[in-house]
Design a protein around this ligand. Structure first.
Ligand SMILES: Cc1cc2nc3c(=O)[nH]c(=O)nc-3n(C[C@H](O)[C@H](O)[C@H](O)COP(=O)(O)O)c2cc1C
Length: 161
């Protein structure tokens, strides 16, 4: 029986995730970002995180060759930014509220949490690469609702209290 890729992708969408934007800097002036939901914590000590990048992405070489990147965890207020940075060829951060970081790649203003990463490793994984980052600095906001991605749509967490 042929493996149904479309049905596989749809089934994977049953796993609800948060949404993050990863930024990197091609130069001091030229920053770029991409929307991802593959972000995951890996190790506490040493502090490692990962995300996966499609080899077909226009941004593949920029991110796999970068020495550092910044992961910003998005809140519900960031839905427009998320959609924009998920559009093919739409990499620019112009007009998006940003905060400077020590490593260089900017963080999104009002992100729920920010992880400044030094590139630790890039692993080949089928049609994606797994990018492992070593977290050198992080911060978090105690308030704000996370942006959620589930069944191909954005949503938020239902209030339980
Ligand atoms: C919610 C959401 C999550 C995404 N997660 C990933 C991801 O983890 N890895 C990835 O390579 N692309 C992911 N994408 C797709 C990219 O954001 C982008 O659309 C894709 O790289 C195509 O654009 P490009 O060729 O200009 O890079 C996601 C898109 C959305 C809307």
């Amino acid at each position: 029986m042929a493996f149904d890729l479309r049905a596989f992708r749809t089934a994977l969408g049953s796993f609800p995730t948060g949404v993050a934007v990863v930024t990197t800097s091609a130069s001091a002036e030229q920053h770029m970002g991409i929307t991802v939901n593959s972000f995951t914590s890996v190790s506490l000590d040493p502090p490692l995180v990962l995300w996966c990048l499609d080899k077909k992405s226009d941004r593949y070489h920029a991110f796999t060759n970068s020495m550092s990147y910044t992961v910003s965890i998005l809140g519900t207020d960031h839905q427009d930014v998320s959609s924009r940075l998920a559009r093919q060829g739409s990499h620019s951060l112009d007009g998006i509220g940003l905060n400077d970081t020590e490593l260089g790649p900017p963080a999104l203003a009002d992100a729920l949490a920010v992880f400044e990463c030094k590139a630790e490793a890039v692993h080949d994984a089928g049609d994606h690469a797994i990018l492992i980052g070593r977290v050198l600095r992080f911060s978090r906001h105690a308030h704000g609702e996370p942006l959620v991605f589930f069944r191909g749509k954005y949503g938020s967490l239902a209030q339980t209290s």
